[in-house]
Design a binder for this molecule. Structure first.
Ligand SMILES: [Fe+2]
Length: 278
């Protein structure tokens, strides 16, 4: 029996900033994307396979992120599954999804939006690819986050990182890619990073060269994650939010069981040192 969420794909996210236009223009230059004003002081940054809504709010925060369903029947079936599980649904905050989209609140108060894109995907621009692929949070309550995403939302657990008996990180998938969402144990709950999946190692090179041309220093990497097995590097946006460029992320069958990793640097970077959130 297919999980009701499957397959759903990260489509866009909302980034907040004290200076939303500045942040939107940063992403526009970073990715070579169109930047346009929306209603209510929000900005849209849109390119092939990626969209972001930027608005006014706490620097570095991601108040919601949005997954695209396969179609109206999938969305309705998922809404029924959430209702049957007693998961409260609320109005969608996203301007990018059609009417009928809805949101739920996770244990940290972040909203997940489920819906269908209002606009056709932006055409490919001829440069290296980078489609929005996953969002990750840091949390003071990783066990509750895991229980909510797995048991209430129906995401599938791909990997967990254990520190003794404590969960140091969890990775969950909503389609065949290793994770569309993950949570790291940390002293405070906050957004951690989002990731663009590229076409391969040579795209990582080309995006790295673009960072060089833009004089944006790499913050971590390049390396290869243990959990997820993806090649990566990360940069920081002007608010200190981390942005990842990835390649070769692992694919997993829907019925594959989760694996367990030790809480050590190698789990997060097979090639060397790691960003340890706890
Ligand atoms: Fe990541």
């Amino acid at each position: 029996m297919s999980a009701p969420l499957w397959p759903a794909t990260l489509h866009h996210l909302r980034r907040d900033s004290a200076e939303p236009e500045r942040l939107a223009r940063f992403y526009g230059e970073l990715l070579g994307d169109a930047v346009e004003p929306l209603a209510a002081g929000e900005w849209l940054v849109r390119g092939p396979g990626r969209s972001m809504v930027v608005g006014r709010g706490a620097a570095g925060s991601v108040p919601w992120f949005a997954l695209a369903m396969q179609g109206a029947e999938h969305l309705a079936r998922y809404a029924s599954a959430l209702d049957a599980r007693g998961v409260a649904r609320e109005a969608s905050p996203s301007p990018l999804f059609e009417a009928g989209a809805f949101a739920v609140a996770d244990p940290d108060g972040r909203r997940l939006v489920f819906g269908l894109p209002r606009h056709a995907a932006a055409p490919a621009a001829g440069g290296p690819t980078a489609r929005l692929q996953h969002f990750v949070c840091a949390s003071v309550r990783v066990p509750e986050v895991l229980a909510f995403y797995r048991d209430s939302l129906g995401a599938l657990e791909s990997d967990r990182v254990l520190d003794g008996g404590d969960l140091a990180a969890v990775f969950l998938r909503s389609d065949p890619e290793h994770h569309s969402f993950a949570a790291f144990r940390a002293p405070e709950s906050r957004a951690d990073h989002h990731s663009y999946e590229t076409g391969g190692w040579m795209d990582i090179r080309d995006w790295g060269d673009r960072m060089g041309a833009l004089r944006i220093p790499l913050w971590w990497g390049p390396g290869r994650h243990g959990a997820g097995n993806n090649l990566f590097f990360m940069i920081e946006d002007p608010d200190g939010h981390k942005v990842e460029f990835s390649a070769e992320i692992e694919r997993m069958a829907q019925d594959a069981a989760f694996r367990t990793w030790p809480h050590e640097q190698r789990t997060l970077n097979l090639w060397g040192s790691a960003w340890m959130r706890s």
